[in-house]
Design a protein around this ligand. Structure first.
Ligand code: NAP
Length: 303
């Protein structure tokens, strides 16, 4: 039988990915939405979260698609109301608030899922399996996209807590922290800030063990979401945001489930098993980049 779920924050990602993934699954029924302005046709919509929690006791699972800064307050209320919670990435504005949520969920006996949609991409688990018995000699991430295309008018990405270019960069970090057969340790970072903004628009990162990354939000034309890993037994490439895998230039077989259908399948499994999944390693790397980062100032940015 399908489980009722409520989507909160009906913005770009809710409309583009969450609604189709829920509607395409036999596991879930989209039973309500909460948003100040967004709605989903044919679904009961609330503008106030407390009212939804009080009136729809028949909805046991809440999926939060808000930006990271307002998310904690919603997640804390949902957990306190005994609901299971799915968090869009990044799972919070700070590490401490996600640790707090994890403890609250354990205390309340509900499942908390800190999702990483790129980690659910179809080449990620095959890439991890391929790398498991290799010696990695070098790895490089190229994550370059156009912020105007992917975050049109979303000023929150340039406000404190919005993470700037780490909003997409954390997707790369969610993949590489999953596939590398060792833990990453950041050594240096250069963060480039528009002179009129509070978060970086580009970043260059260097970890121990010859791992590096270039993140840039000013890319027009072809977009790059690629990771290249050199090993003692060949070169692995995970391309197009984790959807394509090549070994020594040869395309490899991958899974076939899309990112968001995969995430909702995982959420069903977590709820059924009564457990949580909160892996903060991608966010630790971002936090370390802000801690170590050398600040460079560039031209002002407007959408
Ligand atoms: P968005 O279009 O700005 O939508 C977020 C929604 O959250 C808004 O429509 C807004 O709905 C609500 N919201 C915003 N600020 C709020 C506040 N202070 N209090 C309460 N509600 C608020 O953003 P998005 O692109 O969907 O991104 C949301 C999350 O998904 C982010 O964490 C992002 O990293 C992640 N994500 C985005 C993409 C992408 O391509 N854009 C891809 C994957 C993941 P109302 O104003 O109607 O309440």
């Amino acid at each position: 039988m399908a489980t009722n779920i409520c989507l909160v924050g009906i913005g770009k990602i809710a409309v583009d990915q969450h609604v189709p993934a829920i509607n395409g699954s036999d596991d879930w029924t989209l039973a309500a939405t909460v948003s100040r302005s967004g709605t989903v046709e044919g679904i009961q919509s609330f503008t106030d979260f407390d009212t939804m929690l009080a009136e729809r006791q028949d909805i046991p699972v809440i999926s939060l698609c808000l930006p990271p800064v307002p998310r904690f307050a919603y997640a804390a209320k949902a957990v306190a109301a005994g609901r299971h919670v799915m968090l869009e990435k990044p799972p919070g504005a700070t590490l401490a608030e996600v640790h707090a949520l994890e403890a609250m969920a354990a205390e309340a006996g509900v499942s908390l899922f800190a999702t990483w949609h790129s980690r659910a991409a179809k080449a990620v688990q095959p890439a991890k399996a391929w790398l498991a018995d290799k010696t990695v000699t070098k790895a490089h991430i190229t994550w370059k996209e156009d912020v105007r295309k992917w975050h049109p008018g979303q000023d929150w990405v340039f406000e404190p807590g919005g993470m700037g270019v780490f909003d997409p960069g954390i997707n790369a970090l969610s993949i590489i922290t999953e596939i590398l057969p060792f833990e990453m340790r950041l050594k240096a970072a250069t963060l480039t800030y528009p002179s009129n903004r509070d978060t970086p628009i580009a970043a260059d990162l260097t970890w121990a063990d010859n791992v590096t990354a270039e993140f840039d939000w000013r890319q027009t034309g072809p977009q790059s979401w690629d990771i290249r890993v050199e090993t003692d037994a060949g070169v692995l490439e995970v391309k197009d945001g984790g959807t394509v895998m090549l070994v020594d230039g040869e395309t490899q077989d991958t899974g076939d489930l899309g990112e968001y259908p995969h995430l909702y399948k995982q959420m069903k499994s977590l709820v059924d098993r009564g457990i949580s999944d909160v892996d903060l390693r991608p966010m630790v790397q971002v936090s370390d980049a802000f801690t170590l980062g050398k600040r460079v100032v560039t031209d002002p940015f407007e959408f």
